[in-house]
Design a protein around this ligand. Structure first.
Ligand code: GDP
Ligand code: ZN
Length: 276
């Protein structure tokens, strides 16, 4: 029997699928090569009680994906919003943050940067300064403490399919637990189902929100390869560069040392940030 389901946990080639009834199944892809992401809508053939095989992928409205020289990884599908968690301490990698934003822009997702651990007042200004280049071009930063009040973030979740990403140590687990009261219990259940007790934090999982919408928590990121983006897509993923694109003297300008490069001119006179 074929049933429609949403993949709510992804661990390697094992998935937990949620049927429309709310029933959970442990699922495997039928084909060796097929890869699915947390949040995917799929057609499942039930093979045994509590188990199924994934037969078909429904069309995705978005896919967050990363690729570098060594690895490709599907992060999550059918998202509407990317929430990137950084912290006052330890210091975060600004390039990683920019890469996450580019990936989100490429998929036309809403974005939100969460600056966590704002209770660490000594270093708050320093963190704000590191984010200033992004707020200057319109990115929103929500300041909070995952250990304190997370309402400001909770209010941004209803009706969205959000993904939480961040380097490890930024407080993403603390934040997830504050937002989703039964997150830890769910993680234990999934770990038992997927038989991966020792890897409890290394898989993505989707939580339904009581107010509607869902939140996907993903493993800590150390890098975010954008090798899958074409040159054109990559340029357009820098939102502040968009007004300047396509106007260099040479059509195929690489914005390196070509004469008549508008991007370099704009960077030189401060219309765009040189670091971008
Ligand atoms: P993850 O690796 O991103 O999941 O980070 P964790 O949630 O495990 O948090 C890393 C460390 O930061 C832990 O020691 C947390 O207790 C701490 N932490 C998380 N949120 C806050 C916060 O709002 N303020 C402070 N001071 N520490 C926090
Ligand atoms: Zn150029």
């Amino acid at each position: 029997m074929k049933r429609l389901a949403t993949l709510v946990a992804a661990f390697g080639r094992q998935y937990e699928a949620e049927l429309e009834t709310g029933e959970l199944l442990l699922c495997f892809p039928r084909a060796k090569k097929s890869v699915f992401a947390c949040g995917d809508r799929v057609e499942i053939a039930i093979t045994a009680p509590g188990q199924g095989v994934i037969d078909k992928l429904e069309e995705r409205s978005s896919l967050l994906y990363r690729e570098d020289a060594f690895k490709q990884k599907l992060i999550a599908a059918n998202l509407t919003q990317l929430i990137i968690v950084v912290a006052v301490e330890p210091s975060f990698n600004p390039e990683l943050l920019t890469r996450c934003l580019c990936a989100a822009e490429d998929q036309e997702l809403k974005t939100l940067i969460v600056l966590n651990k704002c209770d660490l007042a000594d270093r708050l200004d320093e963190a704000r300064e590191r984010l200033a280049p992004l707020t200057a071009i319109g990115y929103e930063v929500l300041e909070l403490s995952a250990r304190g009040d997370v309402d400001a973030l909770a209010r941004r979740l209803p009706g969205e399919r959000s993904l939480l990403v961040g380097q490890s140590g930024m407080g993403k687990s603390t934040l997830t637990n504050a937002l989703i009261p039964d997150a830890e219990a769910r993680t234990r259940e999934i770990s038992a189902a997927l038989d991966s007790g020792k890897h409890t934090t290394t898989f993505s999982r989707l939580y339904r929100l009581p107010e509607g919408g869902s939140l996907i928590d993903s493993p800590g990121l150390q890098m975010f390869g954008l090798a899958h983006l074409s040159r054109d897509a990559l340029e357009h993923s820098f939102i502040d560069l968009r007004p300047f694109l396509g106007q260099c003297r040479f059509r195929d300008c690489r914005h390196e040392a070509e004469p008549g490069c508008l991007l370099r001119e704009a960077a030189a006179d401060g219309r765009i940030q040189a670091s971008r």
